[in-house]
Design a binder for this molecule. Structure first.
Ligand code: 7RM
Length: 629
């Protein structure tokens, strides 16, 4: 395949111009670099008001032909997947494109032998082992829709996702390793399946050797795989056939099953991977996300494999056996591009820098960040200690809904700016809106919106198109509304400031919680804060601020008074929180996002109704917050 990336500022600018002048030809030119059984007859059909979005209409393809088969001609013996196990004492695995192709075809035949067919939903509740990537691709091979559920989720969360998508098969494992813990995945699956009726088969990978209970519909992966060969023609898919469902949390308790389709998702993940990371032939690329999240789907599996890259999968955690593990793995496999989350960087930053320095990181060329705004301190620590001030950092802004990176610098090609995701990718038309929905020009702060579709935008919410319309296309008609606020500098660089969908109406005034948090964070003692609304007799709603401080507070009253004053000065007296509570942590998802839904319940003292907190990174903070509220 042709190199899809712009390697110079000039070719980048040229592409950017062209994408604005002639967006359809721009995307068609990129899409031509893939294998299609038959070409599209129309590049794009869209209506953001309806909403309806379709790309490469009439095109026929199978994404696995693009991720596997075509590389067999050019580089069958290149490593496709490097697997680094949880325990450094266990052997790494190196899976070539040829072997991966064979194993995917076998797994696809295993699924078929168990009744799976095009359009069926298959739940993947698996540890970060090569078989998870294989399962993803095996589903895609036969046109079954995968719905991966992060293996840290509870039985309740798993059951809700299986039921929503009405999955007929679950692929799981006896267990998975995370540091010195083993998660009993089969046991959790059993617990979930007690509340599911759609599932006909559970296929269990033997991985940890954990003892499992055996039920009527359970089958061992190794038994089933032994029965089939590795000859499996790819299902011919329409460009707009669903490829997968991935759940993401919304502002209500019910998760949203974002639906991604074959053609556009393939084109955009490959294009963005290649450009953002500036991958070159022979490089080893590592994204530390879990395949249970969108980052793993797009930038461990599909994007890298579509361009024929070597992608590393790691089953463990950054802290095991010590806080130098990431760097040990980078040195061991001579990683060239390293992509992680600010929350991981902040955790590692707390430990002696000798844990970084003792590993040879000279192979690193590019560093990436994803998932939340990266603060200045973490950015510089990453740049100084990991990148040795010699690796561009790509701060990549995107969402489960966008399928791929929309705003980021291109490593070494476009300028970086600490804490800024910088510029929209060529082909992405980002704008800033004021509260009334008018586009604002030049440098300003506002609501981020996208005014033209891109190929990997989610097409709907599984089973709830109305919700899709309401959440993303109704607040600002004619735009895709991601729910984030942003700041733009004079050069057009974007800095994502946080979610704006958390608007609280206090005494009839619309108050965004993000700017209040930013004001609180200005105080020298505050490291992080979260503001939510709670019901108030007089004002309708009032504000409750949770703040984390960087030192023990002897006299909280003084701090609280200073913080209220700070908010009053920065935003106005109306925004002064009624309550300011100093806490040691905020409830967060595993990817580091604050769970505002839970904070809202805590602020409202609705303790019986917190919902499922088992998916949190730090469920223990809930008790603490209750105790000292
Ligand atoms: C990829 C992913 C999406 C939300 C998004 C933002 C936040 C993600 C950045 C970021 C600032 C970034 N998908 N977010 N990346 N904020 N800078 N580089 O994280 O669906 O799980 O989350 O994450 O608020 O809307 S996600």
């Amino acid at each position: 395949m042709k190199d899809l990336s712009y390697r110079t500022p000039e070719s980048y600018l040229e592409a950017k111009d062209y994408s604005l002048q002639n967006p359809e030809s721009f995307w068609a030119e990129i899409a031509k670099n893939f294998e299609w059984y038959s070409p599209w007859n129309k590049v794009l059909k869209y209506d953001f008001l309806k909403p309806e979005i379709k790309w490469f209409l009439g095109g026929k393809l199978n994404i696995t032909e693009n991720c596997l088969d075509r590389h067999l001609i050019t580089h069958p013996d290149q490593t496709a997947i490097i697997f680094e196990p949880n325990d450094p004492k266990d052997k790494a695995q190196y899976i070539t494109y040829k072997e991966l192709h064979s194993r995917v075809c076998q797994a696809a035949n295993m699924l078929k032998a168990n009744g799976a067919k095009k359009g069926d939903r298959i739940c993947l509740y698996m540890p970060m082992v090569p078989e998870l990537a294989i399962a993803v691709l095996a589903c895609a091979r036969i046109g079954a829709i995968h719905s991966a559920v992060f293996a840290g989720f509870s039985a309740t969360a798993l059951a809700a996702r299986i039921n929503d998508a009405e999955c007929s098969i679950v692929l799981t494992a006896d267990g998975g390793y995370r540091g010195n813990k083993t998660t009993p995945l089969k046991e959790i699956t059993d617990e979930a399946l007690a509340h599911c009726t759609s599932v006909k088969r559970t296929i269990v990978l033997q991985h940890t050797g954990l003892k499992v209970q055996w039920n009527k519909m359970d089958l061992w992966w190794h038994d089933e795989i032994a029965k089939v060969n590795d000859d499996c023609a790819a299902e011919i898919m329409d460009s707009e056939d669903p490829l997968f469902i991935l759940y993401t949390s919304g502002s209500t308790g019910k998760p949203k099953g974002m639906v991604h389709t074959c053609g556009g998702y393939m084109v955009y993940t490959a294009y963005s991977f290649q450009n953002v990371f500036q991958y070159q032939k022979g490089d080893v690329y590592w994204c530390t996300a879990d395949i249970g999240w969108i980052t793993g789907h797009s930038y461990i599996v599909y994007g890298p494999l579509a361009v024929g890259a070597t992608t590393l999968m790691f089953e463990g955690v950054p802290s095991y056996p010590d806080f130098g593990r990431f760097w040990e793995v980078c040195a061991k496999h001579k990683v060239n591009q390293f992509y992680t989350a600010p929350t991981a960087i902040r955790a590692l930053q707390k430990h002696p820098v000798t844990l970084v320095d003792k590993h040879d990181l000279s192979s690193l060329k590019v560093l990436g960040s994803v998932g939340e705004p990266i603060n200045e301190e973490a950015w510089h620590w990453y740049d100084d200690h990991v990148g040795k001030n010699n690796c561009p950092i790509v701060d990549t802004w995107w969402q489960t809904e966008t399928g791929g990176i929309l705003i980021s610098s291109l490593a070494g090609v476009t300028p970086q700016k600490p804490t800024y995701a910088t510029l929209p990718m060529p082909g992405i038309q980002a704008v800033l809106l004021d509260n009334e929905g008018n586009e604002i020009e030049s440098s300003a702060e506002g609501i981020l919106a996208i005014k033209y579709p891109w190929p990997s935008i989610a097409r709907t919410i599984w089973g709830d198109h109305e919700r899709y319309k309401n959440v993303y296309f109704s607040a600002y008609p004619g735009y895709y509304f991601p729910g984030d606020g942003a700041l733009r500098d004079g050069d057009g660089n974007y800095r994502i400031t946080g979610r704006v969908d958390d608007v609280v109406i206090v005494s009839g005034h619309n108050l965004g919680t993000a700017p209040i948090e930013n004001a609180l964070n200005e105080h020298q003692l505050v490291v992080e804060s979260a503001v939510v609304g709670f019901p108030h007799d007089v004002k309708g709603n009032a504000l409750h601020a949770f703040v984390i401080t960087n030192a023990a507070i002897d006299n909280p009253d003084i701090l609280v008074a200073e913080l209220r004053e700070l908010v009053a000065k920065t935003i106005g007296p109306i925004a002064k929180p009624d309550r300011i509570q100093v806490v040691s942590g905020l409830p967060k998802t595993r990817s580091g996002k604050i769970m505002r839904r839970i904070l809202r319940k805590l602020a409202a003292r609705e303790y019986d109704n917190l919902g499922d907190v088992s998916t949190l990174l730090n469920p223990e903070v809930i008790e603490e917050i209750k105790q000292n509220s």
